[in-house]
Design a protein around this ligand. Structure first.
Ligand SMILES: C[S@@+](CC[C@H](N)C(=O)[O-])C[C@H]1O[C@@H](n2cnc3c(N)ncnc32)[C@H](O)[C@@H]1O
Length: 406
C-alpha cells in the first residue's frame, strides 16, 4: 500500500486497479491534490480562487451542493474525496471505474458511485464540472462538446492536469466549448484550468467517430472501413505494429479456415485484428475485449460494417481484466494482442503482464497467444516465464511478432 492522499477533505487510502501486491505507483497525482485543495478553499498557490483571491490557503470553497460531474478521474481520487457530494463520474476506462468504485466503497462503506460512459447522454444540468485532462485532445474535445450544452448558467468548470500535459490546444478547447479560460500557477507540478461559462456561446460540434480505409497489401482486410471513436488508439491510420502482426498471423489463420476456432482480440481498439481474423476464417467465432468503452464501441461498429453475416456469433465486452470481462477459463483457441505500454500516462509493463497471464488462463491447452511488441520491450522474456515457451515468428527493425502456446 502506498502513502494515503492527504487533502483538506481528509486522509484517504487509495488503490489502483487491479490491486497488485507491492504496488509502487500511487493512485493520485499533484493535479488531484491541487484541485482538491482549491475546491476546499485551501489553495496551494496564491491568487487561485475563482475570484482571484490574494494568498495561498485563503480562498473561498467551491459550492458543491448542485450536480457535480467528474470526468476522467484516473484511479478515483476525486470521486472518493468528494463522495459526500454524490458526484457523477464519467470515464471511458473500465479500470478507472473499478478503481473509483472500490476506493469510494472503502472510504465510505455503503456509498455507491454513479459511473457513466462518455457515450451515455450527458446529465441534464451540471453545476460543477471537474475535468482531468485525458491523454488525447480528441477525447477532451469530444467530452467537452457533449457536456458543455448541459452547463448551468454560472456553473463552475475546472480542468486539472500535470503541467506537462497542459498545452495551448488544451486551453483553446475550454475556450471553444465553455468560455473565457485562464490557468492557475503551478503547484505540485500541476495546473488548474478555470473557465467561465459564456452565456451566448454556440459550442461547435465534433466529427466523431471517424473512419479510415485499410490500405493495400492486407488481403481480405484491404478496403475495410474501420470506425474510430475519439481517443481510440491509432484512430487515423493502421498502426505499423498491428500491420506486421496482421501480415504474419492472418495467412496462418486463413489456412485453418473452416475450423470453428474461438478467437479473442484482446485490447481490441477499433477491432482491426479481430475483424481481420473473422475475414480470414468465416467459421471462427470472435470476441472483442478492451478496457475502453469507446474502443469496444469502435470495434463493434468496424465489425458490423465489415461482416455481412448478421447471424454469426460475436461478443463485445468492456473489462480491465479478462475475469472482469467474463471470459471463461480455457474457452479460447487463439488470442491476438497488441498490448499498450502506457497506463494512464505512466509507463508501465504491468498491463502487458496482466494481458499475457490472463491469456494463458482463457486459452485451452494447445491454444496460441500472438503478440506484437516493440523489440526493446522484451516481451519474449515475460511470455517464456508465463507460458514456458515463446517463438519469434517475424521481426523487423522495430517490432517482433511472438507466439506462445498454452
Ligand atoms: C496498442 S492498442 C491496440 C489496439 C488494436 N488492437 C490495434 O492493434 O490497433 C492497446 C489497446 O489495449 C487497450 N487496453 C489497455 N489496457 C487494457 C486492459 N487492462 N484490458 C483490456 N484492454 C486494455 C487500450 O484501450 C487499447 O485499445
Amino acid at each position: 500500500m502506498t502513502d494515503p492522499l492527504r487533502v483538506p477533505q481528509g486522509e484517504i487510502e487509495l488503490q489502483r486497479y487491479p490491486v497488485r501486491g507491492g504496488e509502487l505507483l500511487r493512485a493520485w497525482d499533484g493535479a488531484d491534490e491541487h484541485l482538491l485543495a482549491h475546491l476546499a478553499g485551501d489553495d496551494l498557490v496564491a491568487g487561485d480562487s475563482a475570484e482571484g483571491g490574494p494568498a495561498a490557503g485563503s480562498s473561498v470553497p467551491v459550492d458543491l451542493t448542485g450536480t457535480v460531474v467528474i470526468v476522467n478521474d484516473a484511479w478515483g481520487a476525486l470521486s472518493t474525496a468528494l463522495a459526500a457530494s454524490q458526484p457523477i463520474l464519467i470515464t471511458d476506462s473500465a479500470l478507472a471505474a473499478a478503481a473509483a468504485r472500490g476506493n469510494t466503497a472503502r472510504a465510505m462503506p455503503g456509498a455507491s458511485l454513479d459511473v457513466r460512459s462518455p457515450l451515455d447522454a450527458a446529465p441534464a444540468s451540471i453545476d460543477v464540472l471537474l475535468v482531468r485532462i485525458p491523454k488525447t485532445l480528441a477525447l477532451l474535445e469530444f467530452q467537452l462538446s457533449r457536456l458543455a450544452p448541459s452547463l448551468a448558467p454560472g456553473a463552475t468548470v475546472i480542468g486539472a492536469a500535470m503541467t506537462k500535459d497542459v498545452h495551448s490546444s488544451t486551453i483553446e478547447a475550454f475556450e471553444r466549448w465553455v468560455g473565457p479560460t485562464r490557468t492557475s500557477r503551478a503547484a505540485r507540478k500541476a495546473r488548474l484550468i478555470h473557465s467561465t461559462v459564456a452565456p451566448d456561446r454556440v459550442p461547435p460540434s465534433v466529427a466523431w467517430p471517424q473512419t479510415y480505409v485499410v490500405p493495400e497489401g492486407l488481403g481480405r482486410l484491404t478496403g475495410v472501413t474501420t470506425v474510430n471513436h475519439a481517443g481510440v488508439f491509432s484512430a487515423q491510420h493502421l498502426d505499423i505494429g498491428a500491420r506486421l502482426l496482421l501480415e504474419t498471423a492472418m495467412p496462418r489463420l486463413e489456412r485453418r479456415a473452416g475450423r470453428a476456432e474461438r478467437i479473442l482480440d484482446l485490447g481490441c481498439g477499433n477491432g482491426v485484428l479481430g475483424v481481420a481474423a473473422a475475414l480470414a476464417n468465416p467459421a471462427a467465432q470472435l470476441t472483442f475485449v478492451d478496457e475502453s468503452q469507446l474502443a469496444v464501441a469502435s470495434a463493434q461498429a468496424t465489425y458490423e460494417r465489415a461482416i455481412a453475416d448478421r447471424a454469426r456469433p460475436v461478443d463485445f465486452r468492456v473489462g480491465g481484466t479478462l475475469d472482469d470481462a467474463g471470459i471463461a477459463r480455457e474457452s479460447m483457441d487463439v488470442v491476438l494482442n497488441n498490448p499498450p505500454f502506457h497506463s494512464h500516462q505512466a509507463v508501465t509493463d504491468a498491463t502487458a503482464w496482466q494481458m499475457f497471464s490472463d491469456s494463458r488462463t482463457v486459452l485451452r491447452r494447445g491454444g496460441e497467444l500472438w503478440v506484437i511488441g516493440n523489440r526493446h520491450l522484451g516481451y519474449h522474456v515475460k511470455l517464456k516465464r508465463i507460458f514456458g515457451n515463446c517463438e519469434t515468428v517475424a521481426s523487423n527493425a522495430k517490432f517482433v511478432v511472438l507466439r506462445a502456446k498454452r
